[in-house]
Design a protein around this ligand. Structure first.
Ligand SMILES: [Fe+2]
Length: 126
């Protein structure tokens, strides 16, 4: 029987760093890094860039890769990008326009071996 390479509890929920000031290698490979303005005007288009593996490169091969990145403002779904192994890199660039303050930008990414990981970034609309 093949040995599993992922800790089972990574699939029990959404993963976040246990200590943001002392990230493990696993956390560095999976935490989505969000680049976006701190403040935007209502209705103004702005760019959001989400990178997985920015802090420490994540593998990108058939047996181990990032399957998708999803972007929300608060609980409002904004965008999703699906990835294949080898042919794509887990970076999502999207232009967004928010009519009002909905809460922080929230990102979820899923690794096929290490589950779903979340990050957020405050943004003010006004
Ligand atoms: Fe992974």
């Amino acid at each position: 029987m093949a040995e599993k390479t992922a800790a089972p509890d990574l699939f029990a929920g959404i993963n976040r760093p246990k200590d943001p000031n002392n990230l493990t290698e696993l956390e560095k490979k999976h935490i989505p890094v969000i680049t976006a303005p701190d403040k935007v005007k209502p209705g103004e288009c702005f760019e959001v860039v989400v990178e997985v593996g920015k802090l420490l490169a994540h593998p990108n091969e058939n047996a181990h890769f990032i399957e998708f990145i999803e972007l929300y403002a608060g609980h409002v779904y904004l965008a999703r990008m699906d990835f294949t192994a080898c042919a794509t890199c887990p970076v999502m660039k999207v232009c967004v326009s928010l009519g009002k303050d909905l809460g922080p930008l929230r990102v979820f990414e899923r690794c096929n071996l290490h589950g779903v990981w979340e990050a957020d970034k405050p943004i003010t609309v006004g």
